[in-house]
Design a binder for this molecule. Structure first.
Ligand code: UD1
Length: 416
């Protein structure tokens, strides 16, 4: 299994190009199931999760062609309505095929994703929305079995603004009869860009980026050619890296308007920002100050940046409290950071962090995607060598992270 080796202590400096957003690419690639004919997607990141979703789409009968950064999908041959356990267990976002399969084939059999390292992660709200649209839903042998002769627009309230739940329900509602209103919908930029793409396909959706989304059903959609927005979580990870290594990094092709909560918190922690439309320059200061954060759905502080911010706070001056309100168990990285010398106490859904002057390099284990990034960030400033194991988590969601860090002057390499 691959490991990443890091020799800490280098100031990061230079330009880095931000890749396309994983969480925008996944639902957008899946939305190709709603059309016949060739869809073309540019700026698609080369990630394990993208490979997994393309494999699943092929299994369902879609034709997929790829070249670097570009994916073409034709779902004219969509014939199979089953997403098997072997594929869904690799990536929870596979559940996204449920809505479009139901809309196109009137039936779907999708494996239940099960638990994961960061908590229970139920899909009850996806199912509640689809049932409201008229689907009959049964849970059998570890699978969701859904069917519907016709889907009819309805009024759906989500108890929690679930991201993939919002996307799944929208994909079923776009081809339903009549109007669907989705209340307390997710407002994440990835959801908004996904809605933009569906509208390009001919859908009639209003309210993208707000918590009330109105979908007027249409009879068919047409293929599109579009570009995936840039990854705000990757950009945020480099922002933290600049702050942490007292570096000076220019992020190219990033959209700072998607990261306002993080930028404000990093500014309070002592980092300096120069924002342009598509470029952000982040400069770290000699002193990192402790700042409290609380994760929330967008536009709140993203849970996907919590682990990286926790790593930053572990070397800040003073005491900070990081509260995780989105997922129930998203602090597994804390035990690994402690092995590097961080002083962190967990109390319920909060981490109380007393900044230390220095971390020390150690062998550590990545447990999920963003936890892996936090351990790499810690390794970049730790004294001595850090060895990060189980980096396949990282490959699920960061495109060429170690090459990008190396380009900025980090001493980091992957060994097989
Ligand atoms: C998406 C992102 C993930 C991010 C998360 C929160 C993708 C592919 N993944 O995951 O990177 O960390 O949003 O920003 O876009 N919930 C329920 N019932 C449901 C669905 C969700 O209770 O049916 C709860 C979850 O347990 C969690 C909260 O809602 O506490 C938010 O989860 P959700 O937004 O659904 O996360 P994902 O869409 O899986």
């Amino acid at each position: 299994m691959d490991r990443i080796l890091i020799e800490g202590g280098h100031r990061l400096k230079g330009d880095v190009k931000i890749s396309g957003a994983k969480n925008a690419a996944l639902p957008i690639l899946v939305s190709s199931l709603l059309t016949d004919g060739w869809n073309t997607y540019a700026n698609v990141p080369d990630l394990q999760d993208v490979h997994s979703i393309l494999h699943l789409l092929t299994t369902l009968g879609a034709r997929v062609e790829t070249e670097p950064g570009l994916v073409r999908i034709n779902a004219g041959g969509l014939c199979n309505s089953e997403a098997p356990y072997e594929l869904v267990r690799k990536m929870r976002a596979s559940i996204l095929v449920l809505g479009p399969l139901l809309a196109r084939l009137k039936k779907a059999r999708v494996s239940l994703p099960g638990g994961c390292a960061i908590g229970a992660r139920p899909i009850n709200l996806h199912l509640k929305g689809l049932a409201c649209l008229g689907a009959a839903i049964e849970l059998k042998h570890g699978y969701v079995e859904a069917s519907a002769d016709t889907l009819k627009g309805c009024d759906i309230y989500l108890d929690t603004p679930t991201v993939t739940g919002t996307e799944n329900i929208i994909m079923a509602a776009v081809l339903a009869e009549g109007r669907t209103i989705l209340r307390n919908a997710a407002r994440e930029p990835e959801v908004e860009s996904f809605i933009d793409v569906l509208n390009l396909m001919g859908a009639q959706i209003q309210g993208g980026g707000t918590s009330v989304i109105s979908i007027e059903g249409v009879t068919c959609l047409h293929p599109v050619s579009t570009r995936i927005i840039s990854d705000r979580i990757e950009a945020g990870t480099f922002m933290v890296a600049a702050a942490m290594t007292r570096g000076d990094i220019r992020l190219l092709d990033s959209q700072p308007q998607h990261l306002e909560a993080l930028i404000q918190k990093l500014t309070l922690a002592g980092a300096h920002f120069k924002l342009d439309d598509q470029t952000v320059r982040v400069t770290g200061s000699d002193r990192i100050t402790s700042v409290d954060i609380r994760t929330l759905p967008f536009p709140g502080f993203p849970t996907d940046m919590q682990a990286q911010f926790t790593a930053l706070m572990s070397v800040a001056q003073g005491l900070s409290i990081v509260s995780e309100t989105v997922f129930e168990n998203r602090f597994i990285h804390v035990e690994e950071l402690k092995r590097m010398g961080a002083d962190i106490q967990l109390s319920g859904n909060a981490a109380i962090i007393k900044g230390v002057a220095e971390l020390s390099g150690a062998p550590v284990m990545a447990t999920d995607l963003r936890a892996s990034a936090s351990l790499i960030l810690a390794g970049l400033v730790a004294k001595g060598k850090t060895e990060v194991h189980r980096v396949y988590h990282l490959d699920r969601g960061y495109e060429g992270l170690e090459e990008k860090f190396r380009g900025l002057g980090a001493a980091i390499k992957r060994v097989k």
